[in-house]
Design a binder for this molecule. Structure first.
Ligand SMILES: Cc1cc2nc3c(=O)[nH]c(=O)nc-3n(C[C@H](O)[C@H](O)[C@H](O)COP(=O)(O)OP(=O)(O)OC[C@H]3O[C@@H](n4cnc5c(N)ncnc54)[C@H](O)[C@@H]3O)c2cc1C
Length: 489
């Protein structure tokens, strides 16, 4: 059977490996870090467990299917628990609003807080369900390998129906009137690293995932998904090499014949899949002359999604009033996105705190495990340098102003900046979701899943189709594996 090399062992690469190994291919994953799972990374400090990366899990069936379709029982690897009322949104003036997949509870709150929203909630749910179902039918379960893939009349008609012409913010305003509720729903744009004031309403389908399909947590930590996929790959005979950075692809006659490792060893392969961030990895590993359809200029033409400033804080107590998913909003959300798009850190940032110990106390027996995330600009060369300590202090001070004075209780702490994210995962400019989807064409202009220049080179992961976020990258891994299997039939 064919030898396949996957460069990078993130969720997408692991998924491809599982499908290909179970179809009989000889698969090798070369991963530069010591762990597999990429941004879905276990961080254990003292007695505190943190899920770095995906804290909000949607579409559990996508992860379960990988296991089931490889003949494995997903429950042996990870089990999902639905969080019905999943996210508390708090505002500086004491206003608070929960997001829930219970329609009854949503209506109860809206009747009090947003009468227009209460009247139109049913219609809103129908519309976001429609958006999701178009995406599911036309975008999520297929690869995009060349421009011809966009030409099918069915796809063109679907594209017109997914509301690419209005922004997500304007879409939300059609159904809701309370600016704070609109702000809480606008935040869904950040799930793809984008700006709600410009990202097309197409992405309101994310609201469908949270408000209809549900938000999930994996018992023992979401990183059990990455550990489960790694264990499954190993069981199916995938050769897993951690601490093995690839420095070059070997190219002959428009084909990749193998890869060169940092120690100059060359490994041969008949097909190669790149899982690292394409915008950074493709230019780094393949000489520009071998990729005329993807020049450095083209790579630079993509706008990176936003990055993150993350504090992992282990506390010596359980904080009252802190929810598993809790967002503390800035007063002026538009200003926050303007600062981000200008390359600045928000002066008064919205703060997301995920405390999984609220649902699963054993992951952090000595107190809360707060994963604190603030939107940060992708790296630019505008000369702005971050004073990490001062910014961290600002975040703690803002939480204190919201009544969550956690800083005196911090006993373990780690801080990650966009520079760290770029360095650790090889992310383009530190972006966390690949290219942004701010312009209406962006969503449909992501790099293809297959190289236009090298016959046997494929791309999976957040910077390609169908997009960023953990379920999407798993779908990209699956779609590319299927494409290789189909080609060989
Ligand atoms: C702080 C943060 C919060 C997030 N929150 C959420 C969330 O709540 N929900 C959600 O669904 N998603 C979230 N995401 C996004 C999600 O983590 C990513 O979309 C997803 O994990 C990306 O997976 P991937 O397989 O595309 O790539 P990655 O996870 O980036 O994996 C790529 C791998 O390739 C390796 N690599 C790169 N170059 C080389 C090389 N030359 N040689 C060998 N190996 C190489 C890297 O080390 C890495 O392990 C978040 C991400 C971050 C950073």
């Amino acid at each position: 059977m064919k030898d396949i090399i996957i460069v990078g062992g993130g969720l997408a690469g692991l998924t491809s490996s599982i499908y290909l190994a179970s179809a009989g291919y000889n698969v090798t994953i070369l991963e530069k870090n010591s762990h597999f799972g990429g941004k879905m990374m276990d961080v254990n400090v003292g007695s505190y467990h943190f899920d770095f990366g995906p804290n909000t899990i949607t579409m559990p069936h996508v992860f379960q299917q990988v296991m089931e379709e490889a003949g494995l029982n997903s429950e042996d690897y990870f089990s999902f628990q639905q969080l019905e009322t999943h996210t508390r949104n708090s505002f500086g003036d004491g206003f608070s609003f929960d997001l829930s997949s219970s329609h009854r509870y949503m209506l109860e709150q809206l009747k009090r807080l947003d009468p227009k929203g209460a009247n139109s909630y049913k219609q809103f749910i129908q519309q976001i369900t429609r958006l999701y179902s178009y995406s599911e039918q036309h975008f999520l379960h297929r690869t995009f390998e060349s421009w011809q893939d966009y030409l099918s009349p069915k796809l063109a008609s679907a594209l017109m129906k997914v509301k690419p012409n209005i922004s997500m913010h304007d879409f939300m305003k059609q159904y809701f009137e309370n600016p704070k509720i609109i702000q809480a729903l606008d935040r869904y744009a950040t799930y793809i690293g984008s700006n709600p004031y410009v990202a097309p309403a197409t992405f309101a389908m994310i609201a469908y995932l949270e408000l209809v399909d549900g938000v999930y947590y994996v018992k023992g930590g979401n990183t059990n998904i990455a550990k489960g996929l790694t264990a499954a790959a190993e069981k199916l005979g995938v050769n897993l090499y951690p601490n093995t950075p690839v420095s070059k692809l070997v190219i002959k006659d428009k084909r990749v014949t193998g890869v060169t490792l940092h120690n100059n060893t060359t490994l041969e392969a008949e097909e190669v899949i790149m899982n690292g961030d394409l915008l950074k990895q493709y230019p780094e590993l393949v000489e520009e002359s071998a990729r005329p359809h993807f020049t450095n200029k083209r790579a630079d033409s993509y706008e990176p999604s936003i990055s993150a400033f993350v504090i992992l804080a282990g506390l010596n107590k359980q904080m009252d009033g802190l929810h598993h998913h809790h967002v503390f909003f800035t007063k002026n959300y538009e200003k926050e996105f303007k600062q981000l798009s200008d390359g600045y850190y928000p002066s008064s940032p919205t703060i997301y705190v995920c405390t999984s110990s609220k649902t699963d106390p054993p992951v952090s027996p000595d107190g809360d495990n707060c994963f604190i995330l603030v939107n940060a600009p992708a790296l630019t060369d505008n000369g702005i340098t971050l004073d990490k300590e001062a910014y961290k202090q600002r975040v703690y001070d803002r939480l204190k102003a919201f009544g969550q004075d956690i800083q005196p209780h911090v006993v373990e702490e780690q801080v990650y900046t966009p520079e760290d994210i770029e360095e650790q995962f090889g992310s383009y400019k530190g972006s966390i979701y690949g290219p942004a989807s701010n312009r209406k064409v962006d969503a449909f202009r992501r790099p293809y899943n297959k190289s236009q220049d090298l016959e046997n080179l494929y791309f999976v992961g957040a910077s390609t189709h169908p997009g960023g976020g953990s379920p999407m990258v798993v779908l990209s891994g699956k779609n590319v594996a299927h494409s290789i299997i189909e080609k060989d039939k």
